[in-house]
Design a protein around this ligand. Sequence first.
Ligand code: UD1
Ligand code: PEP
Length: 427
Amino acid sequence: MDSIWIRGGNTLQGEIPISGAKNAALTLIPCALLTEEKLTLANLPRLADVDSFSHLMNQLGVSTSVAGVKKGEFGRKVTFQASELSSTVAPYDMVRKMRASILVLGPMLARAGESTVSLPGGCAIGDRPIDLHLRALEAMGAEIELAAGYVKASAPKGRLTGGDYSFPVVSVGATENAVMAAVLANGRTQLFNAAREPEIVDLCNLLVAMGAKIEGIGSGHLIIQGVEGLHGTTYEVMPDRIEAGSYACAAGITGGSVDLLGARPDDMQATLNALAQAGLVIEFHDRGIKVSANGGLKPLALSTSPFPGFATDMQAQFMAMLCRAEGQSFLEETIFENRYMHVPELRRMGAEVDIHGRSAVVHGVEKMTGAEVMATDLRASMSLILAGLAAEGETEVLRVYHLDRGYERLEEKLSAVGATIERRTAG
Ligand SMILES: CC(=O)N[C@H]1[C@@H](OP(=O)(O)OP(=O)(O)OC[C@H]2O[C@@H](n3ccc(=O)[nH]c3=O)[C@H](O)[C@@H]2O)O[C@H](CO)[C@@H](O)[C@@H]1O
Ligand SMILES: C=C(OP(=O)(O)O)C(=O)O
């Protein structure tokens, strides 16, 4: 199993190209299920989750072809074609590896009139139910059965009918499933209190490019007029705002300066505001965003919330950075109940963090020290990498497969800006 080894203490300086967004890719790929024609996605990040999703698509009968990729380039262009579906079942073996597999439920139901997907269950960061995905599909006439760990959805007479649904809690995945189902439904669907994350805007923009009719894109009220069919297209995946924010924290924690090439300011305003409040200097230019340290880090008070609020996917990385701030920071995690798994590992590196339920108090320390640490989930892993970059001595982050879900060639990107970092393969 691979690990990442770091010798900390280097000040990072230089350019980091930002890859296509994992969380956009994972909702754009299942859109291929909505048409018999080819869907080509450019700038798809080379990530374990994207490979797993492509594999799941293959199991459903979708063909994939990858365009020639040049050595040293990030991302790749993949064409998906679902001429016909050979299966409408997403098995446990796939779903347990990647929760986002649930995102085939809506489009497969819309396309084939039926869809069976293994229940994803909880994961390291929390319970993560899918009840809202199911309620939204029921509002479009879906009949849902739960049995033997699977959810089986079917559309009476083979086609969903437009309906209205108001989400009691903002859910990114449930909004995505509902939108992908509604685009082929018979009639109009209205979604209230829909998630407004930039990845959902990316999804809606792709669907419109495929011939869908969607109003209110970017707002919490989506109005979708179902159409008879969608066509293929070529579409470029948006840049990863979480990857960009993570590398911005790397500049902060090492007292350096990085240019986040391709990052889009509008997608990450809350992150940029928090970085600025922590004392970093943010500059915008036509190739991206430059984030530079300017003296010591200031402590912050941050609470996670749905977009446009401060993203839960940035909480662990900010916590690592704030371990080096001058004073006490306060963090509150409102989205997932168990998203402080990185804290015991950060403490092993000298961090002083108190947890009280969903709140954390981070007492800034003058130095952190390298250690062997265990990654527990994707963003927790990144927080340990960040701590390792600033720590004295050597850090080895184990269970790197979590990182490989969401950071394309992390060690290459960080060594290019001056980090002493390498991937080690055991055995
Ligand atoms: C692949 C992907 O895009 N993953 C992102 C997506 O996850 P995901 O789509 O799973 O997260 P949701 O937005 O659905 O979850 C938000 C909250 O709603 C709750 N909930 C959700 C669905 C449901 O049916 N019932 C329910 O109660 C969840 O437990 C959580 O407390 O959004 C999260 C919140 O921004 C991010 O951390 C993940 O990186
Ligand atoms: C929680 C995350 O992803 P997923 O929903 O795929 O687990 C994440 O990207 O931080």
